[in-house]
Design a protein around this ligand. Structure first.
Ligand code: SF4
Length: 268
């Protein structure tokens, strides 16, 4: 069995790498396949057990975002991909993988945060026309859409892939996103930018980020009904008292982020 130990940022990753290398020969950094060779994932793959390892890292002052079990990956699929069109560097101005962490909505899956070198503000409304589904907020602009169980979000300076199944899936999703952005860029003169806001994301995306205690302190019959009320602007996030009382900080961060992406306003 293999595990990923993921770190909150590249600094933590670089510091811990030397430390881990000296102790565990079975620890290795994770390099993406060639099509995104500019990217380095801030995580280590550990083959065998990790008993005590995270505790040892924490005891030595390192920050760790979490660990994720990894089943053996079908590596060939990634390497079968044709090379990327070199155009991608001009369109995106490079792409930095800023963070890999356990998904807040499914700890067995990965969340990736990527930073494009170019501002994508002009391209996102065109992407929204091209994709049609999903949620689009012209003021940001932001585009969020679901791909099977994953959530993909594009903002001017950030691309987020939530709930990638494993690392190979993550690389494939990055590749899919880069291909999509390049094809929209090539069609930009024949597509009118989208101007209307739309909320084509299911309420379950909000529900997954709520504490899910079903306590009804928000006045709804449960967390799912509250999520539906939030997504249709019939409720305010402040009504979920467990969130506001600070008992679920990671849920609060996650739901606030999603509400911002969906143009549902900030906390008052
Ligand atoms: S108050 Fe929050 S946790 Fe309780 S039922 Fe409502 S949404 Fe769920």
């Amino acid at each position: 069995m293999a595990y990923l130990i993921v770190f909150p940022d590249h600094d933590s990753f670089s510091r811990v790498r030397t430390f881990a290398d000296e102790r565990r020969p079975a620890v290795e950094p994770v390099f993406p396949p060639e099509f995104c060779s500019d990217l380095v994932a801030p995580c280590l793959r550990v083959t065998g057990g990790i008993t005590g390892m995270v505790e040892e890292l924490l005891a030595n002052g390192f920050s760790v975002s979490g660990t994720i079990e990894q089943s053996p990956l079908p590596e060939t699929r990634a390497h079968d991909s044709p090379p990327l069109d070199p155009l991608w560097r001009d369109v995106l101005g490079g792409l930095r993988l800023a963070a890999v962490r356990p998904s807040l909505t499914d700890h067995r899956r990965l969340r990736l945060e990527l930073v494009p070198g170019n501002d994508l503000s002009q391209l996102i409304p065109v992407m929204a026309r091209f994709i049609r589904g999903g949620a689009f907020v012209p003021e940001i602009p932001s585009l969020a859409f679901e791909e099977d169980f994953r959530l993909l979000v594009v903002m001017p300076r950030e691309i987020v892939i939530s709930r990638a199944d494993h690392l190979l899936d993550a690389w494939i999703m990055i590749r899919t996103m880069v291909d999509l952005i390049c094809s929209v860029w090539e069609r930009r003169d024949s597509l009118l930018p989208e101007t209307k806001q739309r909320r084509g994301i299911s309420a379950i995306e909000i529900y997954r980020r709520l504490p899910c205690t079903e306590c009804r302190r928000c006045g709804a019959t449960g967390c799912m009904e509250f999520a539906r009320a939030l997504i249709t602007s019939r409720a305010k996030l402040e009504q979920c008292l467990p969130l506001m009382e600070g008992q679920y900080p990671s849920c609060l961060t996650s739901v606030q982020w999603l509400m911002r992406v969906l143009g549902l306003g900030k906390l008052g």
